[in-house]
Design a protein around this ligand. Structure first.
Ligand SMILES: O=C(O)CCC(=O)C(=O)O
Ligand SMILES: [Fe+2]
Length: 291
């Protein structure tokens, strides 16, 4: 059974940082999802990225495969990924393109002749969303009753690791009856994810993954807002106070585009940061969720 859902709205530019931090705490403990408004990323740029993304995905598959994913950057084709590995289907009905930190030289790009200003649009978008994510992380620190520069102080922001992913769900109606999803049930791995969609419905969350049968609720897009969700790393770091909520994208009935930036940490940095414990008296473990 599907229900409509009213997610909390967080204003990144509000001068009342403590009350904003309180609403973030509430949103992250109740839903693990919220809308972020006044985030400083122009709507025009968001639309330009959606448009440029669709320009790339309309290329013939041979052209797209020339940029197939290497070093976590580049193109992944339809059905290449199955986020819910318990499914016996052929894979998720989506294609995507990954962009990582511009400064490490590992990104792959379509040529300027084919897609003029594609690369600069993506690099600008990456930096702008990363900067909104960094501001949000200081409010998240406040919401955990920590210093607002806690994440910077423990080194979590030293490596600007974030992955921007452009997503295209072709709305493959032939697969509708085969139990195929646009993105099957999963949680995100990082600290936080900032998502924008083109407004075509499909995203759903399941607030209680232990309840059977699972209850899925629609998450509508809000014009100009990011949909933010907490990832597994943040759930772990907050001793399960903040929830990394299970979500999925239904196979859309029409074509759908979205783009998300996931701010994460890997390898040694991840290990070092997680050992910088958030004092346990500031967080409370949720019943039934092992850390
Ligand atoms: O496209 C969407 O609405 C969500 C995508 C998503 O959950 C993901 O890429 O992790
Ligand atoms: Fe996700």
């Amino acid at each position: 059974m599907l229900d409509a859902l009213q997610l909390p709205v967080v204003d990144l530019s509000s001068p009342d940082r403590f009350s904003t931090a309180n609403s973030i705490r509430q949103a992250c403990t109740d839903h693990g999802f919220f809308y972020l408004v006044n985030h400083g990323v122009d709507e025009e740029l968001i639309h330009k990225v959606l448009e440029q993304s669709s320009n790339f995905f309309t290329f013939p598959i041979e052209e797209k495969m020339k940029l197939v994913k290497k070093n976590h950057r580049g193109y992944t084709s339809l059905y290449a990924e199955k986020l819910d590995t318990s499914l016996s289907t052929k894979g998720d009905s989506k294609e995507s393109f990954y962009v990582g930190p511009p400064e490490d030289g590992l990104n792959q790009w379509p040529s300027e002749e084919d897609l003029p200003s594609w690369r600069s649009t993506m690099e600008t978008y990456y930096q702008k969303v990363l900067s909104a994510a960094t501001k949000l992380l200081s409010l998240i620190a406040l919401s955990l009753k920590l210093d607002e520069d806690f994440f910077r102080k423990v080194g979590a922001l030293n490596e600007p690791f974030a992955s921007l992913r452009l997503l295209h769900y072709p709305g493959d109606l032939d697969s509708y009856s085969e139990g195929i999803y646009g993105a099957s049930a999963h949680s995100d791995y990082g600290l936080i994810t900032l998502l924008v969609t083109d407004g075509v419905p499909g995203l759903q969350i399941c607030r209680d993954r232990s309840k059977q049968p699972r209850v899925w609720e629609d998450v509508p897009s809000m014009k100009g807002a990011f949909i933010v969700n907490i990832g597994d790393t943040m759930e772990r770091w907050t001793n399960c106070l903040f929830r990394s909520t299970l979500h999925r994208v239904l196979l859309p009935r029409q074509e759908r585009y979205s783009q998300r930036l996931c701010r994460g940490m890997f390898g040694k940095l991840l290990q070092r940061c997680l050992s910088a414990k958030i004092p346990t008296h500031k967080v409370h473990r949720l019943p039934g969720r092992a850390p």
